[in-house]
Design a protein around this ligand. Structure first.
Ligand code: SF4
Ligand code: SF4
Length: 341
């Protein structure tokens, strides 16, 4: 691992040089929350953010994304990646991006996602402020060792220890004044990254493997009906989630009625129409009840994808809990309650 040091007053010039070289996206304040957005000047970058409203996946897997243009002459792809630096990504979001990388790469590769992903350089940052509903520590997403190109650890007034992880990260170093990290700075970086283990107020009380085993056998647990009774089926919990990757594909036709565009939009398994299909001229909804949709989301996060991802499909960011208008999307109390029973 190559560790460098960047003085605090050198961060601004570094970011300014990056902005001059390509698009830089990072956490910015928006009213009393934060969003990932284009950074026009270093002063806009808020590395002290707790979490953002939407996760950074929106730059690889856009909320609405054209897939193909069609006409009588044939098809034309819509893949137009552009170089971009994603600056200031927390470890749990880096872990979520690595999950999406895996899911969009298995089987037939999804180049509409992968092209955007490959053209992006990720600069990680340690969590300075913990979001009120986050639980990334107890789900194993507080530390990442891959999935980023550079990783900055804020070690206090002095500045940042910078881990150089890839050639893409190495390429950014020409834009700033870095020096070799001193032994004392390396120690502080380790202490901050690995020593802070009890900052989240929300906690899963059992190991993920135990949770997966028990939840998998809780298909008929009364909690699904109990929680779903207050669910609006709005899908907000799906839309803010960094690991949700379901989408709906639609065609929009041009006025000539022979050409058009096929596009996809984010979709969410909590919405009523998500599992509606057309069968022999009629429609069938195989998760018509809210309780079955609520259960499906929790099962999907805690059980169904574990074998593919090597653990739960949740990184404990806490966004779903904050986005839910009925205060019932937080997986922590649900999973803890199932484990108690
Ligand atoms: S389920 Fe909730 S806490 Fe888990 S990754 Fe998704 S939004 Fe974050
Ligand atoms: S955000 Fe809350 S109310 Fe909306 S679908 Fe999710 S659980 Fe239901």
């Amino acid at each position: 691992m190559r560790l460098l040091f960047l003085q605090r007053d050198e961060l601004g010039p570094f970011v300014q040089n990056l902005i001059a070289s390509q698009e830089v996206v990072g956490p910015k304040a928006k009213k009393n929350r934060f969003v990932f957005d284009k950074i026009e000047s270093p002063a806009e970058l808020r590395l002290d953010f707790d979490t953002t409203i939407l996760p950074p996946k929106k730059y690889f897997f856009q909320p609405q994304q054209d897939l193909v243009k069609f006409s009588p002459e044939g098809f034309q792809g819509c893949i137009e990646p552009r170089p971009r630096i994603l600056f200031g990504v927390h470890p749990y979001d880096i872990k979520a991006i690595s999950m999406l990388d895996h899911l969009f790469s298995e089987g037939k590769k999804d180049w509409n996602y992968l092209a955007n992903r490959h053209s992006t350089t990720i600069v990680g940052i340690n969590v300075h402020q913990v979001f009120k509903t986050a639980f990334f520590e107890s789900i194993g997403a507080s530390i990442v060792t891959t999935g980023y190109d550079l990783f900055l650890t804020d070690i206090g007034e002095e500045g940042f220890v910078v881990e150089v992880a890839t050639e893409k990260g190495e390429a950014l170093l020409t834009q700033g004044k870095f020096s070799q990290a001193a032994p004392q700075q390396v120690e502080m970086h380790k202490e901050i990254l690995y020593g802070q283990t009890d900052r989240c107020s929300q906690k899963l009380l059992h190991l993920s493997e135990e949770v997966a085993e028990k939840v998998n056998h809780s298909f008929h647990h009364p909690i699904w009906e109990e929680m779903a009774g207050r669910c609006f089926s709005c899908g907000a919990c799906n839309l803010v989630c960094p690991t949700c990757y379901c989408f709906d594909v639609q065609d929009v036709w041009n006025l000539d009625q022979v050409s058009g565009t096929r596009f996809r939009t984010w979709d969410g398994c909590l919405t009523e129409d998500f599992a509606k299909v057309t069968v022999q001229g009629g429609t069938e909804n195989f998760r018509e009840d809210r309780s079955s949709r609520y259960r499906h989301r929790i099962m999907r996060k805690a059980v169904y994808l574990n074998s593919k991802l090597g653990g739960p499909a949740c990184v404990g960011c806490g966004r779903c809990a904050a986005a839910c208008p009925a205060d019932l999307a937080n997986p922590v109390p649900v999973l803890n309650k199932i484990m108690e029973g």
